[in-house]
Design a protein around this ligand. Sequence first.
Ligand code: NDP
Length: 313
Amino acid sequence: MGAKSKVLIIGGTGYLGKRLVKASLEQGHETYVLQRPEIGVDVEKIQMLLSFKKQGARLVIGSFNDHRSLVEALKQVDVVICAVSGVHIRSHQILLQLKLVDAIKEAGNIKRFLPSEFGTDPARMADAIEPGRVTFDDKMVVRKAIEDAGIPFTYVSANCFAGYMVGGLCQPGHILPAWESVTLYGDGNKKSIFVDEDDIAAYTIRTIDDPRTLNKTLYLRPPANILSQRELVEFWEKLIGKQLQKSSLSEQEFLNIMKEQGYAEQVGMTHYYHVFYHGCLTNFEINNEEEEASVLYPDIKYIKMEDYLKQYI
Ligand code: NDP
C-alpha cells in the first residue's frame, strides 16, 4: 500500500460526519472538510469546523449549489466520503449526492467514493414497505449514478447506530433505556447488529485505501454485537440489577401504531419494522463479492454493547 490517501469529508459537521473527520485525522490521513457557505451564522457548525482545523483538518469552501466549487474541492483529494443527512426526523438529503457524482465525474481524479449509506444495505431492501423504503430507493439511485459513471466506490453497510438503537433498547422514540418496562417486537428474538458510531467511523476510514473493498460493499458485523432486542434488554437488566416489565407487540399492532404517526416517524418505524420483525440485517450471508469489517480489521477493538450500555447508569 502506498501513501495514505487525502480525504474530503462532506457533511463533516453531522452526527456521523464529525466522527469520520476525527477518525480520518487519527488514522493519519490528510483530511479536508467541506465548509458550506449555506451554514451562514450557525455558530455551532462554525465552531466545530474551526475545531477540526485546530486538530489538523483543512477546510474547503464549497456548495452543492456551485458545481465548480465542488470540482475544485475534489481536485485537492483522492477519496471522498459523503455523510449528508439521511434520517427523516432530522433531514434527508441523499439525492443531493447526484450533484456530487457529476462533480466527481468532471474532476476525474477521485480514486474512491463512499456515499452516504451507513445503514441497512439498500440493495437487499427491494421489498421494503412504504414510506420508509424512500431511504433505500434514494440510496439506490445514488448507487446507480456512481456505477453508471464508472466511479470507484465502497458502500459501508453499518447496520444499527448504537446511539439510536441501543440507548432506547430498540424502541422508536426512545434514546435512553427504560428503568421499568420495555416493549418487545414479537418475542424479541430476531437478531440485529449494533455498532458504536466511532467504530463505524474507524472501520470506514480503514477501508478507503484497502484494495480488498474496492467496488464492494463492506458490512460491519462485529460478532459480539449481533444481538436480539431481548439480549440487549438482558444486558441492561444485569447492569441495573432488576427485571423490566415486558410486553410484546405483534407485527400487525406495530403497523397499526405506525400508520397513526407523522411521515418522518413512519419512515423511521419502517426501518425498525424490517430490522426487528424480519431480521433484515442478519437474514443473509455475506457473499464472495462482499467483505466484513471485523474480519478485515481485527485490530480495531470495537465497543461491545454490554459495555456501551454502562454509560446510561
Ligand atoms: P445528519 O443529519 O447529522 O446530517 C449530516 C450533514 O449533512 C449535516 O451536518 C450537513 O453537513 C449535511 N446537510 C444537511 N442538510 C443539508 C443540506 N440541505 N444541504 C447540504 N448538506 C446538508 O446526518 P447523519 O449523520 O444522521 O446521517 C449520515 C448517514 O448515516 C445517512 O446516510 C443516514 O441514512 C445514515 N444513518 C444511519 C443510521 C443507522 O442506524 N444505521 C442512523 C442515522 C443515520 P454540513 O453542514 O457539515 O455540510
